[in-house]
Design a protein around this ligand. Structure first.
Ligand code: AKG
Length: 262
């Protein structure tokens, strides 16, 4: 599959694009079944709800052991980490060859999986999971440039009430200053300039099998899940081969998987 020139321009203009019905429902269900088992068994490395909410900028930039620090089995899981090596189904999705030409187009480079960053099954548990404030994923990632994007797969329907991602189109190209962010590098919502920026937000409902590609500098957020059913999504991050992880940072501590050109 290839993006049309209009779709490619749309990605570069908005910083994201939705590929409707990209993965068939049966494969989504198979992935969900394995994911649910790992979630129920709390198979490490996991991040608990509390850890997801409370971890500092320093932790997210420097610590490379993703094993949960919680010994409390009743803690709610927010995400399964390091999913590439967990199951062949997960690996197959991250190495999916139908999406590769699209990723090559967007990156304008050979595609490399970054196993240290979004390499996760994200959950939004009913009523427990917190909302995620406006942020750019790149804030904790250390690379030579910003040619990275995330691939978000909806394993079931996603909408405002269960915490679908919201985006600010074009924010990946904005010149934002450090003063516009708080100490954990979330966009400060009380700031007058930011209020104007946030007024342009969009929320796009997703169906099972839809995929969203979004730029690592794109501002995004998500609501709490106020429904009675968990939301489970798969997200991983790729970079262009010419984009280099800075030595001595978390970004350089995990294997990179170079995917063959298609
Ligand atoms: O599902 C959510 O709350 C958003 C997750 C997210 O944007 C992130 O972890 O970077």
């Amino acid at each position: 599959m290839q993006l049309s020139s209009e779709q490619l321009s749309q990605f570069h203009r908005d910083g994201f694009i939705v590929l409707r019905g990209f993965l068939d429902e049966n494969t989504c269900d198979d992935i969900s079944e394995v994911a649910n088992w790992h979630l129920e068994e709390k198979i490490e490395p996991i991040e608990t709800e509390t850890e997801y909410d409370e971890r500092s900028k320093e932790y997210r930039t420097e610590v490379t052991d993703y094993t949960s620090n919680s010994d409390n089995q009743s803690m709610a899981v927010r995400r399964l980490r390091q999913v590439y090596d967990r199951d062949s189904l997960f690996k197959a999705w991250m190495e999916n060859e139908k999406i590769r030409p699209v990723l090559q187009q967007v990156l304008n480079d050979q595609v490399v999986l970054t196993s240290g960053h979004h390499n996760s099954i994200m959950t939004k548990l009913p009523h427990i999971s917190t909302a995620t404030a406006w942020h750019q994923d790149r804030r904790y990632w250390r690379y030579s440039d910003a040619n990275l994007l995330s691939i978000w797969l909806a394993l079931d329907d996603e909408f405002s009430q269960n915490g679908v991602l919201e985006f600010i189109p074009g924010s990946h190209k904005m010149h934002l200053s450090a003063e516009q962010f708080d100490e954990k590098e979330y966009l400060s919502e009380a700031n007058a300039v930011n209020k104007e920026i946030i007024s342009n937000k969009v929320s796009t409902k997703l169906k099972k099998g839809d995929v969203v590609l979004f730029h690592c500098l794109l501002l995004h957020r998500a609501n709490k899940n106020t429904t009675d059913k968990a939301k489970i999504s798969f997200v991983y991050t790729v970079k262009g081969k010419n984009t280099k992880a800075e030595e001595g940072t978390r970004s350089s501590e995990f294997p990179e998987i170079v995917l063959k050109k298609i």
